[in-house]
Design a protein. Sequence first.
Lengths: 500, 231, 326
Amino acid sequence: MGDLISNLSLGFGVALSLQNLGLAFLGCLVGTLIGVLPGVGPIATIAMLLPITFGLDPTGALIMLAGIYYGAQYGGSTTAILVNIPGEATSVVTALDGHQMARQGRAGVALGIAAIGSFFAGTVATLVIAALGAPLTGLALVFGPAEYFSLMLMGLVFAVVLARGSILRAVAMILVGVLLSTVGTDLETGEERMTFGLPFLADGIDFAVLAMGIFGVAEIMRNLDHTEHRDVVHKAIGRLLPNKDDFKQSYKPVLRGTLIGATLGILPGNGAVLGPFAAYTVEKKLAKDPSRFGRGAIEGVAGPESANNAGAQTSFIPLLTLGIPPNAVMALMVGAMTIHGIIPGPQVMTKNPSLFWGMIASMWIGNLLLLIINLPLVGLWVRLLKVPYRLMFPAILMFCCIGIYSINSLPTDVMFIGFFGIVGYALIKFGFEPAPMLLGFVLGKLMEENLRRALLISRGDMMTFLDHPISAGLLAVALVILGLALLPTIRKGRDEVFVE
Amino acid sequence: MDPTVNTPTAGLQRGHSARSSFGLVRGPQNLVAGATLVLLAALALWLTRDLEQGTLGAMGPALLPRWLAYAVGLCGLALVIPAFRKDGDALERWSLRGPVFVIGGILAFAITIRPFVFGGLTTPGLGLLFAGPLAIIIGGFATPEARLRDLVILALSLTPFCMVLFGDLLNLPIPVFPQALTGLFPADWSQKAVLRATAIIMAAAALIVFLSSRRRRRTVQVDVTDHSGRI
Amino acid sequence: MKRTLFTLAAALGFVATAAQAQGTYPTRPITLVVPFTAGGTTDVVARFMADHMGRTLGQQLVVENVTGAGGTVGVTRVAKAEPDGYTILMGNLGTQAASVGLYPKLAYDPRTDFEPIMNSASTPMLVVAKKDLPVKDFKEFIAYLKANAAKMNYGSGGVGSTSHLTCLFLESLLGVKPQHVPFRGSGPALNALLGGQVDYVCDQTVAIVPTVQGKQANGLVVAVQNRLPVVPDVPTSAEQGLPQFQATGWNALFAPKGTPKDIVTKLNAAAKAALKDETTRKRLLDLGAELPDEAGQTPEALAQLVSSEIDKWVPIIKGAGVTGQQ
């Protein structure tokens, strides 16, 4: 405990220097602004801003990059709430209820609760990293392919709960999502699957491309359908910040979301993506009236956003303690660290304590700064909604094109958002929901890879999933949730009358 | 998505009729949705026909996609069959204008941002300078409310903003303008100087168009706030 | 963000910077295509080089990450680019040699479609075993592997990745066939090593050195001539009685075929200058990289390297029946 305090005070000493504070602020601000642009998620943002940090000292550079990361993450949620375009997997869930809130004139409340929930989650996650970072590393190592497969399967079961309409349609969409994730070169044999021989499909479908098409572009087409039928009553923008009732409704989801997100964030191989989905599922299951979800329930924003931010932060643990990046963003951070002459690994903590603890302290400062930056910005974002839609959508369209092009510099990626836009439009017309498909897509890839890895290691023995206790436990949870979702009584509770 | 927004739409629209004209089909939306899933499953099966299925110990590339395809196909059938037995939702109308122009804008951007080869044809790489306005103006006509002048102003102001933001400040490797453009400027100007000058010229043009159209506009009743917070 | 403010000020004041007379290369920024994602080894090496070369040449080198199909998408783009010196490539062992064996439909020939500029940094390969594998050194490891090959698993960063190829090379030398478990990149593979789900991993210094230094895994051997300063305790393959086991990843600069000789010379000189620069040198050495000596810094030496590496790796790949992924 004494160690923790002295370490943290060392860290804050470093992070609170005028220069580092300035860099953290700048990082958060730039990250937020870039992250808000549709399609430009944290990976693209860090990659494009990496060179700006070249002239700085390593500590300052990393503090700024971490700021960019949180900023971009937060900016992505803003876009999801305002224009229903999730820039990355973790903000898909935020878009569900957040955007509905925006449509009801509660964009300010949604943005506000997202900022406050994120700040709380960030604070807790920082403490977790500082106090328990080293011991928690063990958790990352226990998770082998078998555990991972079961976790992903559980995630797919969550996706059933996530959907609002008929279970059959939700399951179909999840399966289609998993099927789409198998497009591309097979990880194990190197054979191309379902690529039509097209080189740009060889690496599979890019998540950003799929999400931007299915959510962003399809949403534009759908809105254009209804131009003549916009509500006659011009809804007031409403309160800009959450009030007492909003807080009362969301403090528990924030707590739960933080816990879920922080735990999943530690897992290797991008366990953090599951955080928001799990948080949403938990909130929907616990809610007295689950039918509010998907129609602008504040808990559906508070829980996932907290989980998102907590996971974003705790995913630094494997990087800082082992030097192993758990996901693509962290891999980029490794690159950034090596560019600044620091090889991440267990030695960083002992060899370079001022950098290590300075960075951890700056995480909390970064979260505070994000709150300070974003609360005033809420007003600005909400005012953006006043721009007439006929001018708004061409601008969104261009930003989507630029954002997607900037990721891989491939014009074919840009064309694909158009293609998936049509697909998404058709899905809406056929009464399918795109969110479960996106979740199936994200989890499907991880699920297949880990299934095959686990079976390679066990030489084809399916019992491996039950022999590993954690894996067996996760499968049991999945089974229970699936059972609950399929029970007819629960079915009646679902918000739509079944058509089948 | 939002099932409450289910109202039939007027305006320039074509597409399938909402009625189930055949007495047999009672849930047209289910029928079409299910049939699409079945087709998708068939496509996946056809595409993976040459791939190894493998064994559990060494799963081949085709194992999972094939099982998934069967499952998707089953879901499709489960939607199709009741469509003949129970009444279901009608198929929503499809509009043509929105998708066509939106896709047109995206394609215009994709083929002009950098040289793009299809077949024997190569498009010139015009960069953001042209790709941006093309996307905005073509895409903008997706709504019948589009006004060319407004879109031109939007294109002329947003494009230089993006050029400076992405090309200059963030140093993003995105093509900004065709190389030929440098010829129009003094030879000793650097790329960045040309970029900034172009951006300023565009922004000025946007301002001029805006000011010249404003006086006329004032008399016309413009309804700019009617969008109901939907975005 | 003083720089940004300055840039803005410069924009408003029409300050034309870096004025260059027309006709002398380079008159505009050079695009350096990196066929992998930002932050990877090749990208990091490229950015170090680009930083210094840009200063030497008086024009910025803009790093463009064009990813896809194991890097071959980006390489194809450079192969087909205008040979004017404004588009160059940071290729590596995977894209310029192994790809020949991995991709039957490769759209370029590394030997004839490029003008080599210079090899900039090599990253030696290490074999690392999980901590509780009952072996003390590489010799014991070989004996153990030969006895238990059917039960053993090794992790890699993907089919056809340098880490996979190195393990394949070892297999072919020893005549054993343990189970390959591919992961998506080195990070997850290492995680599985530390968690004990796979028994050993072959990987580049950059990725693996921290875990060896931190004693979380057992560094068995470096597949190069001399011990590495970053892990001085790990013996070389020759010391452990398997001198044929030599494997190094390398990252080198190329221009499209037909780029004028004087431009290639200019780029080569700039790259040489970067390797002479103290800061750049130190940055690269800290990665655990090996830098080419004077004789290895010529375009001819790189051409030689490419063809000898193709001769070395393609039979190993074909022998194992691997088709490409990463």
